[in-house]
Write a protein that binds this ligand. Sequence first.
Ligand code: ADP
Ligand code: ASP
Ligand code: MG
Length: 416
Amino acid sequence: MPEEQKLSQSLCKSKLYVKKFGGTSVGSIERIEALAERIAKAYQAGERQVIVCSAMAGETNRLIALGGQVTAYGDPREMDMLISTGEQISIALMAMALQKRGIPARSLTGDQVQIHTNSQFGRAAIEQVDTDYLEQLLEQGIIPVVAGFQGRNPNGDVTTLGRGGSDTTAVALAAALSADECQIFTDVTGVFTTDPNLEPAAKRLDSISFSSMFEMARLGAKVLHPDSVAYAERYRVPLRVLSSFENGEGTLICFDGQYHQAGKVVGIAVSADLAMVSFDELDESSDRLAVLFKRLAEMGIETDLLSKTRSSASTVSFTIAQSWLERVLAELDSVSQTLNIGPVYFEQDLVRVSLVGNNNLAKTEVAAKVFDVLGKHGIHVKLVSSSAIKLALVIPQNHLRSAVCALHHAFELNEL
Ligand code: ADP
Ligand code: ASP
Ligand code: MG
């Protein structure tokens, strides 16, 4: 029996892992070589693996900036064609590094795998993954090395899944292949109580529930893309975050109710570079606001922490990514007459700091503690929003570190 066939038979019943390596993890040839070594060892130990790579660190930003040199608002289809290329570089390099070690590997684009998405360029959602080709390769003992972040729409156009979207590629492949685990390898050792690069006292969590993880991700903890968490929960994919630099168990994302006490703060998520836009409504009418927000949605602008307060006039405030400010102000200017909007104000350099927990975070005691802690540090809160599982606060960016440090301590996250 040929050697490859024997090997493929012995691999048949072995565990299947989808392993995703992020930008820093594949950020240089040395890093790719080190990972190839690790993947080769696992292969020799009999593991079946599907590898998903992000673009090398900084590459997607470089491509976006290149597009920006041609036009400020590039056609979304062309932008996706452009920014999807970063992943093609890293998959080819990774496949070559594996082959050099005698490990059969083949790089594949999203189109070659047949990762089908909808047509929302720049933020496409995966609708279906064909597994035929991947299964064929696995049966032959060949490691598929798949480009993260990209898919194809029904017309065959390249689509991308939103910044950080390679996590979602990995989860979708794991779901389609019924993998034993989807492993997200990154530059930290797991999911922490807050960003360990911001707060050195942050603690790694052995486990976190899907609902807390989703909320953390949605509110800015970029260690996992929110779509990947939602997808893994929906298709019951075992999901783990680990370091690509050192060994360890990382953090397992668990199905709710298994591991955490309700009513406790689990972590703090941060989203930086926000702006707050406010205007007075001269004529209060929900219809007019509907027109405005529909228009912003059509422009692909996500708004958050919307508030409507009344003093002498009714004031509407909302936050947006700072990079959208110019476009939103221009839009408000153009509709101010028809919608009867008064003067528009804005503030820049804001951040959103969100406490995330399993339940009961809307309780008054939690808000009281937060305002007490921030007040003692002279930190002024601009906007607040709460739900059962989060309490989000908008504060000036220059208070970010002190706010996170004080809240992390006050909610005893240092002591986990
Ligand atoms: P990759 O390139 O591997 O996809 P990302 O930069 O997208 O990595 O995500 C990892 C980063 O997420 C970490 O370097 C860390 O700064 C940040 N991060 C934010 N919040 C958290 C958190 N709660 N736990 C761990 N990392 C976090
Ligand atoms: N390369 C893409 C990005 O930088 C996707 C990813 O890294 O997951 O956003
Ligand atoms: Mg990422």
